[in-house]
Design a protein around this ligand. Structure first.
Ligand code: SAM
Length: 219
């Protein structure tokens, strides 16, 4: 497989869509097209390029990971993005999920607590020409109050409970997806803010690195 050959890369992504996403029930064509388009291998180091389209997470440095493609697709689909939304992401990591959101929404705000990951993600996203993304270094469990409310919020690290400030920064009618549970296994929770309150739906089991911050886990 030649990583410089666009046809081989397209083939790898097409296989990923067929074998990992469509076969497991991902239906939103906009989500599928975003995963079809974005060069996932550019978000991991060169030595891991050959594994970038595999059915698993990969290390991105700083003891963090880029999530499995299926989990990225499942969480993104749960946000039901149509194109006009303002989205908040907690846990920029490599910036891959951020790029997917930037393809599907109007504006993306992303918070990451580890500075070297932010610098690397920003560089990758700039090189790919994404200019509707604002990234900030900090504790994402507190949200991004000045820019709230958000139409959608995605948390890509595991929390002991749904962080309260994030719920409060969701617009009425907005959707949030967040892994909630213990340190080593969680359930993916979809939260809808309605006129009457918050409605939760369990999308199934998952395993994420920890959300570390004031409204998440302690270090
Ligand atoms: N979505 C990322 C991607 O596509 O590469 C993967 C995210 S990784 C599974 C989780 C990220 O959440 C890590 O980069 C970690 O440093 C970050 N994180 C953990 N706690 C955080 C917090 N309180 N605020 C912001 N980022 C946090």
């Amino acid at each position: 497989m030649k990583w410089s050959d666009p046809a081989s890369l397209e083939h790898e992504r097409e296989k990923m869509l067929e074998n990992q996403l469509i076969s497991r029930g991902i239906k939103d064509q906009r989500v599928l097209n975003a995963l079809r388009k974005i060069p996932r291998h550019l978000f991991v180091e060169e030595a891991l390029h050959h594994q970038a389209y595999g059915d698993h997470p990969l290390p991105i440095g700083e003891k963090q990971t880029i999530s499995q493609p299926y989990i990225v697709a499942l969480m993104t689909e749960a946000l039901e993005l149509k194109g006009s939304e303002k989205v908040l992401e907690i846990g920029t990591g490599s910036g891959y999920q951020t790029a997917i959101l930037a393809e599907l929404a109007d504006m993306v705000y992303s918070i990451e607590r580890i500075p070297p990951l932010v610098y690397k993600a920003r560089k990758t996203l700039d090189e790919l020409g994404y200019f509707n993304i604002n990234i900030r270094i900090g504790d994402g469990t507190k949200g991004w109050e000045e820019e709230s409310p958000f139409d959608a919020i995605i948390v890509t690290a595991a929390s002991p409970e749904v962080p309260r400030p994030l719920q409060e920064q969701l617009i009425v009618g907005g959707l949030m997806v967040v892994p909630v549970g213990g340190r080593y296994s969680q359930d993916l929770i979809k939260v809808e803010r309605t006129e009457k309150g918050f409605v939760q739906q369990n999308l199934g089991g998952c395993r994420f690195v920890s959300l570390i911050g004031q409204h998440g886990w302690q270090e």
